[in-house]
Design a protein around this ligand. Structure first.
Ligand code: V47
Ligand code: SF4
Length: 378
């Protein structure tokens, strides 16, 4: 155990302010904290204090369980009509020769490589190009389901949907219904970046707005489906911007209960237009996981995405609110390796994931995308 504090130590300590003691009292009583209290946690909460609170919340929600799944990614293209300043992975249409753009058949061939493997999920997302439109994705989803009906398709973000539906002159409702009919099962959390308009305009100008991101997830949830949410942090945003982001997600989750997991995404600065912005420390990563766990009291799971922060930090995050490590991945995503992540060929076997979880004294649970238990490894 990394945690230095117990609840009693927090209340008896002369080094912890009255405000932080009040926040701790609320958290231990299962009460929701306010926006200002969220900012105070970012400003003044020590790592051990935040870890104690986050660990308490996590344990109440998930007990000793840590979840993972068997998954792989497909990135249909890295060509993109947008130019997000933090993105190391995309290439403009005029730089097409430096990128890739897969056809439906090429993607199906990737899917078929997993025919004899017990994967449960394919995660599909990438750049935005005119050719990969409504017809492309509905044909792709149909063909995946025809080939392997049990494979859960978690695909596309509001950034891609917004572009595709606008081009097809469809409302979000109409477009999502067509995608669902074709086989789409759930949505990943990408494209959220940071909801504050000024910061979003600076780092991700031109793509769907925060309101559009939230509205698309709300419509998807109201159709009876689930999704994830992310936050890109540790760049030019302030602590208040992070709490604003968490607040908007918490509000939507109150309305729909459609989010499964929240995934903090650490800004990585290699070879992008924001390479002059330093990356935050691992301490800040852990504080951020903890505050997310404390603030998002209505989110069932917090995911430490090991491909982005590396397996050691992901293990540490399990003591700061996270209860999910994502999946085996099988070296099928380039978004983070191209941005400088520690894991240059992200790939873990089920046994390696189980070992990572057991090393921190938790119970490894293989789950499907919707958190149904597939296998308990204890
Ligand atoms: O939206 C791109 C981020 C996201 C960088 O739902 C970067 O289970 C940091 O959303 N530094 C896509 N982040 C990935 C994503 C995701 C990943 C794992 C699991 C799930 C899930 C969703 O990657 C983008 C963007 O926010 N990103 N470049 C970068 N340089
Ligand atoms: Fe395109 Fe997504 Fe990269 Fe932005 S983050 S440039 S939308 S691939």
């Amino acid at each position: 155990m990394i945690l230095a504090h117990s609840a009693e130590e927090i209340f008896s300590s002369s080094h912890i302010s009255r405000q932080l003691k009040n926040i701790a009292r609320k958290v231990f009583n299962g009460e929701r904290i306010t926006f200002d209290e969220g900012v105070a946690l970012y400003q003044h909460g020590s790592l051990s204090y935040l870890g104690t609170l986050a660990n308490y919340v996590r344990e109440k929600k998930s007990g000793n369980n840590v979840y993972f799944n068997r998954n792989f990614h497909v990135e249909p293209t890295n060509i993109c009509v947008y130019t997000c300043a933090f993105c190391s992975y995309s290439r403009l249409i005029k730089q097409r020769e430096e990128g890739w753009e897969l056809s439906v058949e090429q993607i199906l061939n990737i899917i078929k490589k997993y025919d004899d493997q017990p994967v449960t999920e394919v995660h599909i997302t990438g750049g935005v190009v005119p050719k990969q439109d409504l017809a492309f994705y509905t044909e792709l989803f149909r063909k995946i389901k025809a080939h392997r009906p049990d494979l859960h398709i978690k695909a596309l973000t509001p950034v891609e949907f917004h572009y595709i539906f606008k081009k097809a002159k469809l409302t979000y409702e109409e477009g999502l219904k067509l995608m669902k009919d074709a086989g789409l099962d759930s949505l990943p959390g990408g494209g959220a970046e940071i909801f504050d308009k000024d910061i979003r305009d600076k780092i991700a100008g031109g793509k769907c707005s925060s309101e559009e991101w939230l509205s698309l997830h709300e419509i998807w949830h109201k159709m009876g489906n689930f999704s994830n949410a992310t936050m890109l942090y540790g760049h030019i945003e302030t602590f208040a911007h992070r709490v604003d982001h968490l607040e908007r997600l918490r509000e939507l989750q109150d309305k729909t209960k459609g989010f499964n997991a929240f995934i903090p995404l650490k800004f990585r600065n290699k070879e992008n237009a924001m390479s002059d912005v330093p990356e935050v420390s691992v301490i800040e990563d852990l504080r951020n996981y903890a505050i997310a766990r404390i603030y998002l009291d209505n989110f069932p799971h917090i995911k430490a995405y090991w491909a982005m922060i590396g397996r050691s930090t992901a293990q540490l995050a399990l003591n700061f609110g996270a209860d999910d490590l994502d999946g085996t991945i099988d070296d099928t995503t380039k978004i983070y390796s191209m941005a400088g992540a520690e894991e240059q060929s992200p790939k873990l076997t089920t046994q390696e994931l189980v070992d990572l979880i057991k090393q921190v004294g938790r119970t490894p649970i293989e789950r499907d995308t919707l958190y149904n238990e597939v296998k308990n490894y204890n």
